[in-house]
Design a protein around this ligand. Structure first.
Ligand code: AMP
Ligand code: ZN
Ligand code: FE
Ligand code: FE
Length: 286
């Protein structure tokens, strides 16, 4: 049984529960703390924090940024952000503007495949300001063009799909620095997605640490036991702090449950305690 989940998404980006409902779900699952880490937006943080007070759940304010990386997917989490981070916001606004442009490009490609979708339909599905491929996938499912979100990614909008368009991203160093500037603890999300062997991952972690990386998400729904053990070992060696989360998205990722992921996560509150101690040593608020 998990006590925490430090990687979750709400309707502010591509999750399907509102920030308040997400915090209620955390309560229902018996969690003590969650971090809300929406893609490219902090707009759900205020509601989540208020719900945290109402339901007596500790809510950590965060966000997730995709960054440029040639060998796989690199995502960076910022934890313990201010609820309204002023400097970060201008970068997030830039990224969301690029998302609109990209989404429209994807729709143009779908149009050429005789699948007409109006951007207004996508906006209606997306309840928040950070709009992305899962919303387009949901429209494709609703229109019965595909039978699942997975099929939408495989056939159309995933990297091998017919209507794929890449996303504009920040550079890793830039993203780390912007988040650190806001006082966040910066975590490499789901390190498996870098697609590196252990030696190369270690080298990459040294580089990221030089740029300000604080920790890695050793515990994650998609990690095998062996991968988790490797990430814990590397964290110890490089003096990186450890985080863990499910990457809960609600209905668009049906197999991932809050707190426990695919049933394989067991995240104790001591993870949060250690993160807090790490922050206190650096004079950062918790
Ligand atoms: P975007 O930020 O618009 O590029 O969308 C990326 C998001 O799509 C990821 O954060 C996941 O939540 C989701 N995603 C990516 N691949 C898949 C997939 N195969 N099935 C379901 N969701 C996916
Ligand atoms: Zn997502
Ligand atoms: Fe991610
Ligand atoms: Fe995520």
């Amino acid at each position: 049984m998990s006590e925490i989940d430090l990687h979750t998404h709400s309707t502010a980006s591509d999750g399907t529960l509102s920030p308040k409902d997400l915090v209620w779900e955390a309560k229902r699952c018996g969690l003590k703390a969650i971090a809300l880490t929406d893609h490219d937006t902090t707009s759900g943080l205020k509601e989540a924090k208020e719900a945290g007070k109402e339901f007596n759940i500790e809510v950590i304010a965060g966000c997730e940024l995709s960054v440029e990386y040639p060998y796989g997917q690199m995502h960076i989490l910022g934890l313990w952000l201010p609820v309204e981070p002023k400097k970060l916001e201008s970068y997030l606004q830039f990224l969301r503007d690029k998302r609109h442009y990209r989404n429209k490009e994807i729709l143009k490609k779908l149009q050429r495949l005789n699948i007409p979708i109006d951007y207004e339909e996508v906006k209606k599905v997306a309840k928040g300001e950070s709009i992305g491929r899962p919303h387009i996938a949901t429209v494709l499912v609703n229109k019965k063009i595909v039978s699942s979100v997975q099929e939408a990614f495989d056939k159309y909008i995933g990297p091998k799909g017919l209507a794929y368009v890449p996303k504009v991203k920040l550079k890793p160093k830039e993203a780390i620095e912007i988040l650190k500037d806001e006082g966040a603890t910066v975590i490499l999300a789901h390190p498996f997605s870098l697609n590196l062997d252990p030696q190369d991952l270690k080298k990459e972690l040294y580089t990221l640490k030089d740029w300000g990386l604080d920790g890695i998400e050793a515990y994650y729904s998609e990690h095998t036991k062996e991968q988790t053990e490797l990430y814990l070992k590397l964290a110890k060696e490089l003096k990186l702090v450890i985080s863990g989360g499910s990457d809960f998205h609600g209905k668009v990722k049906k197999d991932i449950k809050l707190g426990v992921g695919k049933g394989n996560l067991n995240l104790p509150y001591t993870i949060v305690e250690k993160l807090k101690a790490f922050r206190c040593e650096r004079g950062l608020p918790v």
